[in-house]
Design a protein around this ligand. Structure first.
Ligand code: 3H9
Length: 707
């Protein structure tokens, strides 16, 4: 079926793109061919004075080039050709000789925005679903259909690089402020305003654009000398953010720079060459795998044959501390549900509500929501020191003190207050859900929802069914987590679940390295160079040393010697060094900002930095410890698939995405090599490195996690 249709109304050709059988419009080879012939005809048709381009999808304009098509490419030359063809098509739009107006509602991304940028005028709906941007960098490529040329010319080098180099996607209001779209209108009048603009353009009117940015913009964007400063700082920022692990941002900078300094033609050529090189890199392949794995997960209900989820409109939260208030604020901000927060004292309830409101205030400040939305959402937050209002909640999440007895008491109290089908979720990080559910009258409605801190920012949610949890409870917890914007991964009810389990040996090993004379910042630097957003010692400070200590105690009790708690940690916790939240941990914190290493920690731990093991050994020990535990836990079915294990590690603690996740990385290293490394390490450091059965078997049979 044709994806493009058009009819001519009063001299305006109204073109609609609607790729049949797909939830979103993408630009595939077939769609390109249709565009080409359509635009040829429109150019020739004398009755057509202007064109208005719309999408036929309810909430999507164009999601970009078809990613499936470029992952099928096998060499750089083919990929370069794909980019050049994309540029040609979009150039033919720009050179149609008749004005074209894009009426944008829904995601307008990648190649979709590149097409819109070639139009004469852009009108966008102010709907939250209208997201505009160039996310290519997130896939390890660059905007390869002219985006690196047209966006800087439209909004200036600085603003364009800000979007291109980070792969940013903005709401339409921001895109309007930046000058990417010319008009911002309510969705209801998008069509009329777009057609009106087309009519005015047909009558000879031309838009006058003043580039935003004022005099500073002129100094930096408007002349070659100023732009050199912009390129210099962009290159510095790329190096700091990517540590040289991602080739796409420097390549995109080069494509932009070539175009601005040597002209569009040279710019297009370089853009296509660089696109070609990037599209076949291992980094891009890994990032694309993550995109498809994440997309696939969105459709997963969390268990085979799980029924549709319950619709959650009212949420009860017990415990108004840091986690409870974080969940409350996030639930209101993301899902717009009614939240009732309950704690034992009204003072605590008030503090929790204020903290939840802070999340909404922050969104308002960053212009993610309007004042009107803010007022509406704040009104959804309420609290009490009793369970009033819980009777109407479909879901209750507890975030009280991490103690089995306390949690069981809460189950008891909550069950007395809620309806018979309501679900009780525990935000525990260490206590088995099945034990918590032992106190429940309806254990089938009890589940774990392990959020990470700070809730508003951390993208992962571990969903943990207990032994008796029913399927609807699982699908409801998963679906609600997704509504909160989280990547929800179902994990087995076993100690540490997935994330804390595979982090434990990694954190412990970091403490062993400190004992052997490695420095705090030395370890962190080596691991950020490996690709983690922060090193293991900073991570300990972020998580809280007391929290880490508690988790490692639980894991030791469950798994014994190989997860013996990190040496020296207990002394630090005793001395009140809990990490960032206490203002002191391994690093110093002033007004919430991380300062340098607190050198007195070495003495407190009774260790002396003396250079310690070499960087390569630090990496091998830390990474092998984690991969070994991940393989073992995978073998025990702690996660349902390698996909889930990898996504949880990437979203949970930032396992380097360009390495694809711990299990994908283990596959890349190969089980035989990993086993050999682990045996060598076990020989030197003891049984904690003994390779697990899963890896041994893979080495023997030459198998992998991913087929
Ligand atoms: C590009 O444009 C390169 C150019 O610069 C140069 C070229 C020369 N391709 O996420 P959803 C599928 S690179 C193929 O669940 P949502 C997706 O896999 C591209 N398929 O929906 C899923 O398939 P299925 C730059 C795509 O409403 C279905 O659509 N663009 C593509 O939650 C529904 O997806 C991007 O990186 C695609 N481009 O979110 C944008 N996009 O049903 C990537 C989607 O079979 N896409 N699919 O499982 C997104 O960010 C989200 O999908 C979007 C919708 C926000 C659009």
């Amino acid at each position: 079926m044709a994806a493009l249709k058009w009819q001519v109304e009063d001299g305006i050709a109204v073109v609609t793109l609607d790729v049949a059988g797909k939830p979103v419009n993408t630009i595939s080879a077939a769609v390109k061919a249709e565009f080409r012939s359509a635009f040829e005809e429109l150019a020739k048709d004398a009755s057509v004075k202007a064109v208005a381009l719309f999408s036929g999808k309810a909430d999507n304009f164009i999601a970009g080039a078809d990613i499936e098509e470029f992952v099928a490419l096998t060499n750089a030359a083919e990929a370069e050709r794909l980019s050049a063809e994309g540029q040609e098509l979009i150039n033919s739009v720009a050179q149609l000789g008749k004005p074209i107006v894009a009426g944008i509602h829904g995601a307008c991304l990648g190649g979709g925005l590149e097409l819109a940028l070639a139009c004469t005028y852009r009108v966008a709906s102010d709907h939250p679903k209208t997201q505009i941007g160039l996310p290519e960098i997130q896939l390890g490529i660059l905007p390869g259909a002219g985006g690196c040329q047209r966006l800087p010319r439209l909004i200036g080098a600085r603003a364009a690089l800000d979007i291109i180099l980070a792969g940013k996607v903005e709401r339409s209001a921001k895109a309007f402020r930046l000058g990417i779209v010319d008009e911002l209108v309510p969705q209801a009048i998008l069509r009329d305003i777009t057609l009106e603009a087309a009519r005015r353009l047909a009558g000879g009117w031309r838009p006058r654009r003043k580039r935003p940015g004022g005099f500073k913009g002129f100094l930096l964007d408007g002349n070659p000398l100023g732009r050199r400063i912009v390129y210099h700082f962009a290159a510095k920022s790329i190096a700091a953010k990517t540590g040289g692990n991602y080739p796409a941002p420097p390549a995109a900078l080069e494509a932009v720079r070539t175009g601005l300094e040597r002209g569009m033609k040279q710019g297009f050529k370089r853009e296509a060459q660089l696109f070609g090189q990037l599209a076949v890199t291992d980094v891009s392949r890994k990032l694309v795998q993550i995109f498809f794995a994440t997309t696939e997960l969105k459709k997963d209900r969390g268990a085979p044959n799980a029924p549709p989820p319950l619709a959650v409109q009212r949420l009860g939260i017990v415990g108004s501390g840091f986690m409870g208030s974080g969940i409350a604020g996030t639930a209101v901000a993301q899902a717009g549900v009614d939240v009732r927060l309950r704690d034992t004292e009204l003072g605590r309830v008030g503090a929790g509500l204020r903290a939840a409101r802070d999340i909404l205030d922050d969104r308002l400040k960053r212009r993610r929501i309007t004042k009107y939305e803010h007022t509406r959402l704040v009104a959804l937050l309420s609290g009490s020191d009793v369970y009033s209002g819980f009777g109407r909640a479909e879901l209750v999440i507890e975030a009280v003190f991490e103690d089995l007895q306390v949690k069981q008491n809460v189950v008891h109290e909550v069950e007395a207050a809620i309806g018979p089908t309501a679900i009780f979720a525990s935000n525990t990080s260490t206590i088995p859900i099945t034990r918590i559910a032992e106190a429940a009258k309806r254990p089938e409605r009890v589940i774990g929802m392990h959020f990470f801190s700070p809730v508003a920012r951390m993208p992962l949610l571990e969903v943990i069914p207990g032994a008796k949890t029913d399927l609807e409870t699982i699908s409801t917890a998963v679906a609600f987590g997704r509504r909160l914007g989280k990547t929800a991964i179902v994990v087995k009810d076993s100690p540490g679940f997935w994330v804390n389990r595979i982090l434990a040996p990694y954190m412990n090993e970091a403490a062993h390295l400190l004992r052997e004379g490695a420095s705090i910042d030395g370890i962190d630097e080596v691991m950020t160079a490996f690709g983690f957003p922060v090193g293991p010692i900073t991570l300990l400070d972020e998580v809280g040393l007391d929290v880490a200590q508690k988790a490692s105690g639980v894991l030791f009790a469950a798994f014994g010697e190989r997860l013996t708690p990190a040496p020296g940690l207990a002394e630090l916790v005793k001395a009140g060094r809990m990490g960032r939240k206490a203002g002191k941990g391994f690093y110093r914190y002033v007004d919430g900002k991380k300062k340098g290493v607190d050198h007195s920690v070495y003495a407190a731990m009774g260790v002396h930095p003396n250079g310690g093991p070499r960087a390569a050994e630090i990496v091998v020990r830390l990474v092998s410890a984690m991969l070994n535990e991940a393989a073992r836990a995978m073998g025990e079915g702690v996660v349902r698939s390698p996909r889930d294990g990898d996504l949880a590690a990437i979203y949970g603690f930032g396992f380097p995405p360009f390495r694809g996740g711990p299990l994908r990385h283990a596959d890349d290293l190969g089980a035989a090599r990993l086993v050999a490394d682990l045996e060598r390490l076990a020989g030197r450091f003891g049984a904690r490195f003994a390779p697990c059965e899963v890896l041994r078997e893979q080495a023997n049979r030459r198998t992998k996690f991913y087929a």
